[in-house]
Write a protein that binds this ligand. Sequence first.
Ligand code: TXA
Ligand code: MG
Length: 341
Amino acid sequence: MSRPITKVYGTLLLGDDPLSVTRAGNIIKNGGLVAFPTETVYGLGAAATDSEAVKRIFTAKGRPPDNPLIVHISSREQLNQIAKTVPDTANILIDKFWPGPLSLVLHRSEAVPAIVSAGLSTVAVRMPNHRVALDLIAASGVPIAAPSANRSGRPSPTTYNHVLEDLAGRIDAVIRSTICPIGVESTVLDLTGLKPVMLRPGGLTREELEETLGCRLEISGLKYSGSAPHSPGMKYRHYSPRAPLILVTGPINRRRRLIKMIFNYYRRKGLRVGYLDPGTPEDLMTETGSEQLARNLYSNLRRMDALEMDLILAEETEPAGLGLAVMNRIRKAAVRVLKIK
Ligand code: TXA
Ligand code: MG
């Protein structure tokens, strides 16, 4: 009789039932690393109050030490432990959007070791909208510091298999759960300045935030804003499949014609060329179109690796709704952007 596989290269595979989540919570409490599902992507968690454990996150991922982590909490009380002060704007946004894909950058309290924030005086914090993540934080009894559970530079994981592809043998455990429903990371909003600034577009749309804040949002570090990056993580190459990805931008008919030309040219040379299909223009006009695009983005990028593509072609899509986050990720994954007028 075959026994169920419970370990891959020393990494424990756990279920997402309450008993297994409690076991995962104990691993975190004792300084271990556990990958867990959230509504955005899989996170790689350690006790945020334990600087040795947090250090192991950087090692496991190969993450540059100047890229700060997000602290995940399961209750409002934990927020007061993490942040020095909670401004009114934060309270308004928290009431409306937590638990959910919104990370707030606030002033860091002394209870959070500097390594979590890569030495910054601020800290990013969010309450994930996922039963397993919330139960895990509660079971561990501490706030959990967690970046996305991928090797640094790779596409983020939206399934436990993606986590194992990158981190098997490098982390203590992974919780096996269903696919992360949103598929792109949380929106990061800095509330430590005079005005809120969006540092990373993500699962909570710009439109929803602007409606609640009642003003246009400044967006930092994006191609669209033209300003220098404020979020340290924005300066590195990110989300990249192994094959070079080329992004084509410009009017739809012309960019599709160019994509077809490049596609056929390299195919004739015997190369394997992948096309990241954003769907029809009509699909992309609808909310569900951009939601599907976001949900499948990282698994499609990883599938390009599995299919051993030599080159990947992607095209510009509408930067509205979740499309803003999708375009931001594709731009960062790209080795070249071909702009046609
Ligand atoms: O949805 C998410 O946010 C996922 C899940 C696991 O919660 N986490 C995630 O973490 O995407 P990570 O480490 O892959 O991305 C964190 C981003 C980086 O761009 C980082 O630079 C920024 O948040 N960040 C974290 N703390 C910051 C701070 N104090 N100031 C400015 N940016 C910060
Ligand atoms: Mg990440």
